[in-house]
Design a protein around this ligand. Structure first.
Ligand SMILES: Cc1cc2nc3c(=O)[nH]c(=O)nc-3n(C[C@H](O)[C@H](O)[C@H](O)COP(=O)(O)O)c2cc1C
Length: 203
């Protein structure tokens, strides 16, 4: 059952100093300031094998089950991805592929139905990771999240954008993140409707 105040955040970069992870941490901090309970998934800490139905037939990996249950108890999903050759990262795609699989007692797309989501992609490049962000939003919609995905992207990133605690130094960007969280909070009122959809489809 989705809890209005629960947010799951997943970084699609494994890099220790990842800008996508740092930006996602800034979202997490602001969500916490707005009274939300956040769980941050660093995929280094939740390794998942490449999807293979042979592995699946012998049991879903525990880290997939953990992330799936986390998302099913959340009202919001915030995902960030690097742009690699115009696409999202392979590690994130693999994670989402596993999460898309229907469990024995689940209805199709149950993990994602009604989930309010925020897609993020930031890059060192001048195109501000627009292509990866577009891919990410198409994929999230296909998985079944609420159609109105909120997006955030930023380019030309470097370590100069952050202080030693990885907080963004640019007040304009911090304001943008704050506004996104306000938009998120206003839109989450429909979460009970989403739970009803799941109940109706399940019966
Ligand atoms: C294989 C590879 C492909 C990349 N392709 C793109 C690209 O298409 N567009 C872009 O803006 N940046 C591209 N980059 C740069 C990454 O977006 C940049 O390194 C970014 O900081 C990675 O995200 P992270 O800091 O969260 O790890 C590429 C980097 C790698 C390693």
């Amino acid at each position: 059952m989705r809890q209005k105040k629960n947010i799951a955040l997943i970084s699609g970069s494994l890099r220790k100093d990842s800008y996508n992870t740092k930006i996602l941490r800034n979202f997490e901090k602001e969500f916490i300031n707005h009274g939300y309970n956040c769980t941050f998934i660093d995929l280094n800490e939740y390794p998942i094998p490449f999807f293979n139905s042979d592995i699946e037939s012998s049991g879903t990996p525990v880290n997939v089950t953990f992330i799936k249950n986390l998302i099913k108890s959340s009202s919001g999903l915030v995902v960030s991805s690097p742009e690699y050759n115009g696409e999202i990262s392979a590690v994130l795609k693999n994670c989402l592929d596993w999460l898309s699989r229907k469990g024995p007692n689940e209805i199709p797309k149950e993990t994602f139905i009604g989930l309010k989501s925020i897609g993020i992609s930031v890059s060192t490049g001048k195109n501000a990771a627009k292509r990866a962000l577009e891919r990410l939003t198409v994929l999230l919609k296909r998985l079944g999240v609420d159609e109105d995905i909120i997006t955030y992207n930023l380019g030309n990133l470097s370590n100069n954008f952050f202080n030693e605690d990885n907080i963004l130094l640019d007040n304009k960007e911090l304001d943008t993140i704050n506004n996104i969280i306000k938009i998120y909070s206003d839109s989450i009122t429909n979460i009970n409707k989403a739970d009803n959809i799941i109940k109706i489809k399940a019966s």
